[in-house]
Design a protein around this ligand. Structure first.
Ligand SMILES: [Zn+2]
Length: 282
């Protein structure tokens, strides 16, 4: 496959051809940075793990050059950091038995702000080559600009697909802002009760961030546990770990639907839920 940057790469852990690796994909995730996939899309990774008919492909959109660095990595140049972050993402793809891991290597500033066609065209080429059933990306209520920008570029690419080419579902996932605030009936439930060991392994690979003091591994596992425990106050826990998703499929299918209005609808339902509860107990 050709992407608009020559430095983009496709890594196939089991050494299948690129074409075969992408064709078998059923679950496809577009993430802004290295480690976002393992934080937000652990459920589809585990659903595909060791399956013959389900395959997960990850796409990291940005280049990792601007990553914060400390400890062992504090004197690394931007280019050295980029290489470290590419290497750790390949390790995650190997442990998670991904169909393929694509790194588009695009600078954040090209993704953010108003749309540029090159990232959208790369995403569209990946969607057409892999024809996934399920697409995962950042949710539109995330508080990191690059995450929201990636999600918007993914929506643009999805809208270019013909009806027959579209995935069944598009899910926005949790990284920089959990989705616990959404009303329960709006939540996509992603059960992560199984393979806690693999979840720790996938999160633990990303050493530069963790060594720099950001314990994304412990925080992500804690969020999953908290989501499961705090889901319902009256019932016994049916799961021991959960991630939540925002169903964004309508944004693909309704070309006139404005993304800001779409996410605002979820926020309004949250506000009404809070106000109703206070009012009925006042
Ligand atoms: Zn990120």
């Amino acid at each position: 496959m050709k992407f608009h940057l020559d430095t983009a790469e496709i890594y196939v852990p089991d050494l299948m051809s690129e074409e075969q690796a992408l064709t078998r994909t059923t679950h496809l995730c577009f993430a802004a940075h290295q480690d976002d996939i393992e934080i937000m899309a652990a459920q589809p990774i585990l659903e595909c793990f060791q399956q013959q008919d389900k395959w997960f492909t990850g796409v990291v959109v940005t280049d990792g050059r601007g990553s914060p660095r400390d400890s062992l990595y504090k004197d690394y140049t931007d280019e050295e950091m980029r290489l470290v972050r590419f290497k750790e993402q390949r390790k995650a793809a190997m442990i998670g038995e991904f169909a393929a891991q694509i790194m588009l290597d695009i600078p954040s500033k090209v993704i953010k702000g108003s749309s540029r066609s090159e990232p959208v065209n790369d995403m569209l080429a990946i969607l057409r080559a892999s024809q996934p059933k399920f697409v995962y990306t950042h949710n539109l209520a995330d508080k990191h600009d690059t995450h929201v920008a990636v999600a918007l570029r993914v929506i643009e690419a999805l809208r270019e697909l013909d009806e027959a080419e579209r995935p069944k579902q598009v899910i926005g996932c949790e990284v920089w802002r959990a989705l616990d605030w959404m009303v329960d009936s709006d939540k996509v439930m992603m059960d992560l009760s199984a393979h806690e060991n693999l979840q720790f392994a996938l999160l633990g690979i990303f050493d530069p961030q963790i060594a720099g003091g950001k314990r994304y591994d412990l925080a992500s596992m804690g969020r999953r546990r908290a989501n499961a425990t705090y889901f319902g106050s009256h019932s016994v826990d049916e799961t021991t770990a959960l991630n939540y998703g925002m169903d964004m499929t309508r944004l693909m299918n309704d070309l006139d639907l404005n993304p800001a209005e779409f996410v605002g609808h979820f926020v309004q339902r949250f506000a009404m839920d809070v106000q109703d509860r206070v009012n009925r107990n006042w």
